[in-house]
Design a binder for this molecule. Structure first.
Ligand SMILES: Cc1cc2nc3c(=O)[nH]c(=O)nc-3n(C[C@H](O)[C@H](O)[C@H](O)COP(=O)(O)O)c2cc1C
Length: 296
């Protein structure tokens, strides 16, 4: 018998609940600490309303826009999410290909289970951005940047909100580790950055991985360092305040990605969508979502 088609994210979520191993499911769905912000992210989004205007000729429609100068068919894209092959053997390659099929941009996580070269080769027509975590080993980090350039990624997305990882209680209880058949594919198979997550010291393996390998000393000066080693446009991901957005632009960011990391980092921060409130000092005349459409 044909299985019923999955229609909408709720269907995929339900399917994932019974298909995925508990450890993977918990990793994918958890937020930090009490998960207050996780709940509020969704509630705040649900409280944003559409204000439709009717009686306009809608026979020709387009959602196309540009992102960093590149044409995209839709005004959204795929955010970087780590370790996708815990969910499906085709992992990040499938997601990148699917994004390309609808003309959406795709962002590959540093801690992916297909390498950036594999994703580039198997999703050549997708607009690809590379999300960067800065490792204590700066040569290792610089080599990721060079490889992303060589593989035709269009931008670097520096995640600024993760000098340490948020405490996700389910991962602590599960003593989360990466299944033995998978590894962090952007690194050589004999490197700690590839294999460290196969063990846990009794807590969440991902937190132990990050604490031992990521650089928690990062400041705006490191943005200058990153800019000095690449020509790719730099997006800063995880900014939640006007002050940091301004500092980011002054540091040379091509774009600011307002995000609370899906509430996985700091519990108690505002829901992401509320951090975008207009009128905004950066957009004194109301911001790009206003004007023209009669939003009075
Ligand atoms: C399972 C999972 C893994 C994630 N892995 C990463 C990651 O490796 N790097 C990163 O910058 N963000 C990561 N994120 C955060 C997402 O990129 C994104 O910020 C989040 O889903 C919220 O979307 P938004 O940023 O559009 O608000 C992850 C989120 C989830 C749910």
């Amino acid at each position: 018998m044909m299985s019923k088609p999955l229609v909408g994210v709720q269907d995929y979520e339900r399917e994932a609940r019974w298909r995925l191993p508990k450890t993977a499911l918990d990793y994918y769905q958890s937020g930090a600490l009490d998960e207050v912000t996780l709940k509020e992210n969704k509630e705040a989004m649900d409280r944003w309303y559409i204000r439709p205007r009717f009686m306009r000729d809608v026979s020709k429609r387009s959602l196309a826009t540009t992102l960093l100068g590149h044409k995209v068919a839709v005004p959204f894209g795929v955010a970087p999410t780590a370790m996708q092959r815990m969910a499906h053997p085709d992992g990040e390659v499938a997601t990148a290909r699917a994004a390309g099929r609808i003309g959406a941009p795709f962002t590959l996580s540093t801690i992916s289970t297909f390498s950036l070269e594999e994703v580039a080769m198997r999703a050549p027509n997708t607009l690809r951005l590379f999300q960067l975590y800065i490792y204590k080993d700066r040569e290792l980090t610089a080599s990721l940047v060079r490889r992303a350039e060589a593989a035709g990624f269009s931008a670097l997305v520096l995640t600024v909100d993760a000098p340490y990882f948020g405490i996700r209680r389910a991962d602590v209880r599960n003593q989360f580790t990466l299944p033995p058949h998978l590894r962090m594919a952007n690194f050589q198979s004999d490197e700690a950055a590839s294999n460290h997550l196969h063990t846990s010291d009794g807590g969440s393996g991902i937190n132990e991985y990050v604490a031992s390998l990521f650089d928690p000393t990062l400041t705006w000066e490191d943005v200058a360092w990153l800019k000095s080693i690449t020509k790719l446009p730099l997006v800063l991901k995880g900014i939640l305040t006007r002050e940091d957005a301004i500092l980011g632009v002054e540091a040379g960011a091509a774009a600011i990605w307002v995000s609370n990391h899906g509430a996985r980092q700091v519990d108690g921060v505002a829901p992401t969508v509320n951090s975008l409130r207009f009128p905004h000092p950066l957009f004194p005349d109301g911001g790009p979502s206003r004007g023209g459409g009669g939003s009075e």
